[in-house]
Design a protein around this ligand. Sequence first.
Ligand SMILES: [Zn+2]
Length: 673
Amino acid sequence: MFLVLVCGATTLATPVPSAKEDYPYQPVPFTAVHLDDQFWAPRLETNRITTIPYAFGKCEESGRMDNFARAAAILRGQTNVSRKEPGYPFDDTDPYKVLEGASYALAVQPDPKMAAYLDQLIALIASAQEPDGYLYTARTIDPDHPYNWSGNQRWVNEEASSHELYDAGHLFEAAAAHYQATGETNLLNVALREADLLCQTFGPETNQLHVWPGHEIVEMGLAKLYRVTGDPRYLALAKYFLDVRGSLPGGDVYHQSWIPPVQQTEAVGHAVRAGYLYSGMADVAALTGDRDYVRAIDRIWENCVGKKIYLTGGIGARPDGEAFGANYELPNLSAYNETCAAVGNDFWNERLFLLHGDAKYVDVLERTLYNGLLAGVSLSGTKFFYPNPLESDGNYERSPWFGCACCPGNITRFLPSLPGYFYAQQGRRVYVNLFASGTADLKLPDGSPLKLTQATRYPWDGAIRIIVAPEKKHRFSLAVRIPGWARNEVLPGGLYQFADDLTNEPVTLQVNGRPVAIQLDRGYALLDRTWQMGDVVELNLPMPVRRVTADARVTADAGRVALERGPIVFCAEWPDNPGGKVRDLILPGDQPLTAAFEPALLNGVETIQGRALRVSRSADGSVLKTEQDFKAIPYFAWANRGKGEMAVWFADSVDGGEALSKIGSTGGRAGAE
Ligand SMILES: [Zn+2]
């Protein structure tokens, strides 16, 4: 380790080795995985060339960049600075998040113009940092009149609302990404100056502040700084921020601070905060070996996946408090399902996989990814969802931006890192977790190269061909995930079930054209053999249209059915169905449904078609049944053609008045911006 001290702060001069102890299952970095498929590659490219510049433009337009310029002017002693209040005390995080996404994109695709823009932005951010490392424009712009959530002194309102440590956490995440992408330390040094200030300020000593972060993420950010620098103070502070939470009076459920995290058993409170907390606990557990955190997040996961997750992988049912509801409280029309919570859910499930090596976490990750998370951004890459309800009465649509703009920023930073979720390694075992055409360049334990090439039309087709090409003959084990949905399991925990029996179409696996019996080990088919250049694995995951029902305790879905095919959850949307009405459609179980790919629809999607019934009551009170064409599209693709009705869950029978009672709303309307 070689560190240079500048102005009392730790300033990184050269890279140092990463942490000794870390996740037992190591992801193959996104820089080593190249997707060239028809599904993800175009989306990642839209994110790179459209969404990232667009989001930077929105940050400029909305004064978020000006906040740094105003703070810098104040620090230079200028007195004629406009004191316009920032929109929120966490507005600084939006440029940080887009900067993080832009860094990931730069890591795989050089873009000198974008690199120069980032350097300019980083200089602006650095200029707003106070001499001791504090960086929070909501206070620096006007210290005598800080934002009213911010408290009259630094950090006095941190546990409630100031978001000072939230801002710091996103800065740390961006800085680690930018450093790893470019090798440049300009943003990293800004982050380390602030991290050093936090290390001095917060901790168990009597002369330190005993405060937990009001909105978690600084724990994950500090873990990344620790990995980058090897400085144990950052890891110790991340652990302190977890352990102080709930250990002192004044906590509450909303902030996950009513009891210490290691004692928590249920997914509660603000869902984005929760996902970041559980992810931070996983990071600190991996880096310290502390099993108490693992036991806690395992218990919380059982609760979340067994009782509080939507079919789309969305979490956080309640608009009020942007929070988890009670067990089985999963209304559809009012489902909050913040896009950021879906991102947090995928952060968390990825980390659980990296701790345990079990495919059940990837099942949750994949469901969230293709459905609840991907719905957060339009096909154009310039419109966004904040809540992601599972039903619309026609009054909800995507927005070009938000006053509280957390969700677009999270999309911009998640998507370019997606290739890093595809493969992992532990010793001589190589995990194939997700499926898309493309290549991955790995190193086997002896350092020899291994190239994996996938060819597939996933998620539209379950035929997956993997060319295994070690540079030299090599014995190792390839662990190919057999998704839960292909094994008759909608999600681990049994909250949802397949209503039909289509087990007559088995999953098949072949190596070099010879069938292999699938012996499952924690959701993986293990292929342990001596591999050589040109070996071919062929996996076939049949993708019939499946009907899904929910646990009877989910009252919003009682008597209802939803449709899936492969990893994709479907919905009916107004343009595809007669009369534009979809919320009162009935899909009897005996109605055949077929799937077809429509290349001209919504950039090319698989659709499900059949016949549905609509019931209504005539003027004399009798029940009228009419039959009509039915079409469903992937849930992620809805709301790209204007406002109108949408539904995921449909009544499944036409037993007269009872069916009528099932028609329409399954909860209030989504209540966000
Ligand atoms: Zn958000």
